[in-house]
Design a protein around this ligand. Structure first.
Ligand SMILES: [Fe+2]
Ligand SMILES: [Fe+2]
Length: 294
């Protein structure tokens, strides 16, 4: 049995005070949003409690599906790197970037550099390239990037043909494994409002329909979600998760992570899925709902 944890969208705070020139870009909208909303609902208390519980559960590996920061200020990205190293080693955590990590083009470049060990293919050197492939126990973890810098008020992601082709190759070459695909933006139809959608989602679905996968994990929506997209031999589960930093009593659900216990062999995998999350304002963590077998 192999245990994989999945959490997402910590949007680490508090946000350092940006200089006026740093706000002369799309960042101004994100900064206002953070001051008005996220800074009030997100808290270290819940994130730290969730990370403590995750450590206690002793998962074999952790998937983190992006949006570590808010407006990709250099200091935010640097502190997110410090935080990453505190929660675990790069061998134990596989990360893909989100749209907030790519708030500006330079911000994404900086994030890929600062967080690089967590996004490298096995044996990879240099800066991360997507898709990456990491083999861990029975898993083939394939990390895709949908993170792009966008115009103000847009939070779209992009999955282009070149990445689809490279990912298809990895999916073919890892059919002997339990293939987990990580992508920040959800790839199923009508997953988000128009301005937050994944451009190229149909390419992603065509690739899965052709090559198959055992599990697709995403972030971005900040809610509990279970969907399916078609694979060559049946439907493939596509699972999202609330922001790991969110407190209870707000519009979006309280912080949570997914814990998957995976066993079986190619063609006969079984996934036991338990959600663990924030249960109250004190940051008590426990099971959320009943475990499910997929
Ligand atoms: Fe997010
Ligand atoms: Fe996002």
């Amino acid at each position: 049995m192999y245990r994989l944890a999945h959490f997402s969208d910590p949007h680490l705070g508090p946000l350092p005070r940006p200089s006026p020139w740093q706000l002369m870009s799309k960042r101004i909208t994100g900064y206002v949003n953070w001051r008005r909303n996220r800074g009030k609902t997100f808290s270290d208390l819940f994130l730290n409690a969730l990370m403590h519980d995750l450590h206690e559960q002793q998962a074999d590996h952790v998937a983190l599906t992006g949006d570590l920061v808010n407006i990709a200020l250099p200091e935010e990205t640097h502190l997110a790197g410090v935080w990453l190293r505190r929660i675990g080693k790069a061998e134990q955590i596989s990360l893909v970037p989100g749209n907030h990590d790519a708030y500006t083009g330079a911000g994404l470049k900086r994030a890929l550099h600062e967080w690089r060990p967590y996004m490298l293919s096995d044996g990879g050197t240099g800066d991360p390239e997507f898709p990456y492939l990491r083999r861990r126990g029975p898993l083939a973890i394939i990390g895709c990037s949908s993170a792009i810098a966008t115009l103000p008020f847009m939070a779209t992601g992009m999955f282009l043909a070149a990445q689809a082709e490279a990912t298809a190759q990895l999916l073919h070459q890892t059919q002997d494994s339990f293939r987990v695909v990580l992508i920040h933006h959800p790839p199923f139809p009508n997953a988000t409002p128009f301005h937050k959608r994944l451009i190229g989602a149909s390419k992603f679905r065509e690739m899965i329909a052709d090559c198959g996968a055992e599990l697709v994990l995403h972030g971005h929506t900040h809610i509990h979600s279970y969907n399916e997209i078609a694979g060559p031999g049946g439907d493939i589960p596509v699972i999202g998760v609330p922001s790991a930093s969110n407190g209870p009593g707000h519009k979006s659900p309280a912080g949570c992570y997914n814990l998957f216990a995976i066993k079986g062999e190619p063609g006969h995998w079984q996934i036991n899925w338990q959600k663990r999350g924030v249960l109250d304002a004190q940051g008590t963590i426990g099971p959320v709902g009943e475990p499910l077998v997929l």
